[in-house]
Ligand binder design. Sequence first.
Ligand code: GLU
Length: 296
Amino acid sequence: MTHPVFRFAPSPNGQLHLGHAYSALLNRQLAREAEGRFLLRMEDIDVTRCTRELERGVLYDLTWLGLDWEEPVRRQSDHFDDYRAALERLIDADLVYPGFMSRGEVRARIADHESGGEFWPRDPDGAPVYPGDDRYLSATERETRMAEGAPFAWRLDMSAAVAHVGRALSWDETGQGPEGGTGPVAAEPERWGDVVIARREIPASYHLSVVVDDALQSVTHVVRGRDLFHATAVHRLLQELLGLPVPYYHHHDLVLDDDGRKLSKSRGDTSLAALRNSGATPGDIARMIGLSSSGA
Ligand code: GLU
């Protein structure tokens, strides 16, 4: 029998907080219950915000919490070739295009549209979807702009990608979606519009690297916060386009602050380091988030 594989995949771009402790300990608990393996992955493709020093802090916090994981830890910035290979397959299939519009141009384009009284679609996170005008640039125009060094990001041609797959997609949810309940969830990737698949300088985005790595690491159970529930639709689409296996998904509740807001790395007060410095033990942390630190 092959064992289930779980992973905790933090981005070392700040200090871990109680929400990360919850996700990591829940992953470990579910892995133990399923007699599965537990992996750690550093999602550090954002090489400007992620640092080795922050990574050391993440490792320290997780060890302090009592976690251990299989070595070696996969660090995404060591594997850009894997993401580049996946990107090239999507380029060859004509399913991505270079999007040249700057944030300002996107804003102006949408403001112009909405000034006529028409609503511009928003993605599940509430951000306006990318206009995608440059989807229609000629190959020559694209090449010229790229050769001139114009900034761009590789964007998925969502309509083309959905048409290419040609059937409805879903995933098996074992946690709770925003509507609650476990079971099959219909994926609606089109709600995201033409998402970024890779950057000009970095041949990856979160969406691309997460599906490539979950497949390369044979992850069978993705356990992560509910804030990523809707992103799973994009992940299902990419898995289908790239012929990758589909894990189970378990989206867990987020740990909220006293005002009911999601915790953030920029607010230090609930960081594990701050709690430790004020005398909290790993057992206290586990109690604060309602999980067992021993994983027993
Ligand atoms: N790296 C992501 C984060 O820190 C988590 C990605 C995932 O679990 O799929 O929010």
